[in-house]
Ligand binder design. Structure first.
Ligand code: ATP
Ligand code: MG
Length: 549
């Protein structure tokens, strides 16, 4: 499947169009995830942007795993990230790269810098480097090792590579300017020692390039023209350009920053997601409450709705928080005319139609989706004993209550008007059954115009319905009552209904099939646990926005 990207007019387009007027004739972008966790919806924004721009301008987009940090990286993450990008509908074709495969070339680049007198081996510890870096008001101090000779630097750097020093004992630093107003330019560390095995290169290397050195090189090696990243790298751009210029690459990639996606009432960072998974607070990386792409997928979101959402939120440099209601809007819009509607009763109460002949049943025809005739209709069995939603009946109903109450008619969807005559309660006063009568003349589709009712409620036939388990999801965190800005754990982020009753047409569902449960929301057959003998549905989203201002 291919998702359409139509977004134009953001500032990145302006930059690219400017560049295309000059010497450049094709653009080349990349999506560079670090394989240290699963992708989340923020990454989707970056994926849509990078692959979308390439497609729009007839260029290319690479998938590059930025695996220059040996700790925390993992093959499982590589597999999951590829799956998520494909699911979103994007294709890196034969351009799958790993930053770790450039370690030799990066080493060569570092040697070039040393030879040019633009890098030196430093013996200061991380703490000492930090202390001597100065701050926004005060310049930094030159390292006492800054003036080492090229020969000495070459020899020491090689010995670093050969494993002769311990972690942290030495670093390679760019020689730029300790009094630069930009702290990133104050002789930044570009290589560090780490005797940690790497998921791809094993123990071949014990020195690893730092992000700010590695990233421009990766871009340059791949011929990337526009290196799109998030705002926190804005202050690193001079260093990015410094690396590109000092190493005299012919195609100079242009770094462009944009603001990260933030969602209301949502914590998105990979580190946080990872802690939830590792502490067992959620059912794996694909828990339907997580905003990981695999979680969102299992929750039942379509890739179309995610791509639309990313386009709708747009791209800018200003940081903002997008209301999660906007994401919910996108999935409702996408499913509205696409999926079949069925009747499911989540909190059942029995209704007996006392004037309907015992043992009789009849077939009713109900449209599958009132918004889309092409989806046709289905047969639904009606009989004397039904279930309706407990909340659709009120004994002492206010005037504006248009559902079922004593002495007032309501329509059963696709069936008849019924009138409630008697309420049966158990010894504790809990309602266990409603005795109603129906009017044969009022059958849906019969053209009856005798009288009108204000409400229509859904129902299932007790004899025909099937049992299902239904998971109702909500955000993992909610604002605390004392302080709106503080997010606390939502104890009701998962409510499971063990015995929902659904009309039997649901038995034709397969894993990941989506439905509207009439009046209750959009639901998906769970990708892990659903079988024909164990019907499990997840609520994707309710029908109306629960968004409160
Ligand atoms: P996190 O902050 O969640 O840990 P990250 O930025 O460390 O994410 P990377 O794997 O380094 O994750 O990111 C890959 C790409 O996705 C980067 O170009 C990054 O800028 C972009 N990206 C990450 N988070 C967001 C976000 N919330 N919105 C838009 N782009 C994002
Ligand atoms: Mg990162």
């Amino acid at each position: 499947m291919e998702n359409e990207i139509t977004q134009t007019g953001n500032f990145i387009h302006n930059y690219i169009q400017e560049d295309l007027k000059g010497e450049l004739n094709k653009i080349h972008t990349r999506f560079p995830p670090e394989p240290n966790g699963y992708l989340h919806i923020g990454h989707a924004k970056s994926i849509c942007l990078n692959f979308g721009l390439a497609k729009y301008y007839g260029g290319k987009c690479n998938l590059r795993f930025d695996d220059t940090n040996p700790a925390k990286e993992d093959e499982e993450f590589v597999r999951a990230i590829k799956e998520d990008i494909k699911w979103l509908g994007f294709d890196w074709e034969d351009r799958l790269f790993f930053a770790s495969s450039y370690f030799n070339k990066m080493y060569e680049c570092a040697v070039t810098l040393i030879k040019k007198g633009k890098a030196f081996v430093c013996d200061l510890s991380a703490d000492e480097i930090r202390e001597q870096r100065g701050n926004l008001k005060a310049p930094g101090k030159n390292s006492p090792y800054r003036e080492r000779s090229v020969e000495e630097n070459l020899e020491l750097f090689e010995r670093m590579k050969n494993g002769e020093f311990k972690d942290g004992e030495k670093t390679l630093r760019a020689k730029i300017d300790m009094s630069s107003p930009n702290i990133n330019m104050r002789d930044p560390v570009i290589y560090r020692i780490s005797h940690t095995p790497h998921h791809k290169t094993g123990d071949k290397w014990c020195i690893y390039p730092m992000y700010d050195f590695a990233h421009p090189l990766e871009d340059a090696f791949e011929g990337i023209t526009h290196s799109i990243c998030t705002m926190e790298f804005e202050d690193h751009r001079p260093l990015y350009d410094w690396v590109i210029n000092e190493l005299e690459f012919e195609i100079k990639p242009r770094q462009i920053e944009f603001a990260k996606l933030n969602l209301s009432n949502t914590v998105m960072g990979k580190r946080y997601l990872r802690s939830l998974v590792e502490e067992g607070k959620v059912d794996g990386w694909d828990d339907p409450r997580l905003v990981t792409l695999s979680g969102i997928r299992r929750r039942g979101y379509t890739s179309e709705s995610i791509v639309n959402f990313c386009q709708m939120v747009g791209v800018s440099k200003a940081s903002s928080v997008v209301d999660i209601a906007q994401l919910e809007y996108c999935i409702r819009e996408d499913l509205k005319a696409k999926v079949n509607t069925v009747m499911a009763v989540l909190d059942p109460i029995k209704v007996v139609i006392t004037n309907y002949p015992e043992g009789e049943e009849e077939e009713l025809i109900i449209e599958n989706n009132p918004e889309n005739e092409a989806l046709g209709s289905r047969k639904v069995m009606f009989s004397r004993e039904l279930y309706i939603e407990r909340e659709d009946f009120l004994e002492d109903a206010p005037k504006k209550f248009f559902r079922l109450t004593i002495g007032k008619e309501v329509r059963l969807k696709g069936a008849y008007f019924i009138l409630c005559n008697e309420v049966i309660k158990d010894e504790n006063g809990k309602i266990i059954e409603l005795h109603c009568t129906y009017d044969k003349e009022t059958k849906s589709g019969s053209g009856f115009t005798g009288r009108k009712v204000k409400g229509t409620i859904h129902w299932v036939s007790a004899k025909h319905c099937v049992k299902a388990k239904v998971n109702l999801y909500d955000n993992l965190v909610i604002p605390s009552e004392e302080n709106e800005k503080e997010l606390i754990e939502n104890k009701n982020s998962l409510v499971t209904i063990e015995n929902a009753y659904i009309e039997p047409s649901i038995l034709s569902a397969e894993k990941m099939d989506r439905f509207q449960f009439l009046r209750n929301g959009y639901f998906v057959a769970d990708s892990k646990h659903f079988t024909k003998d164990n019907l499990v549905f997840n609520r994707i989203v309710s029908l109306k926005s629960s968004f409160k201002k």
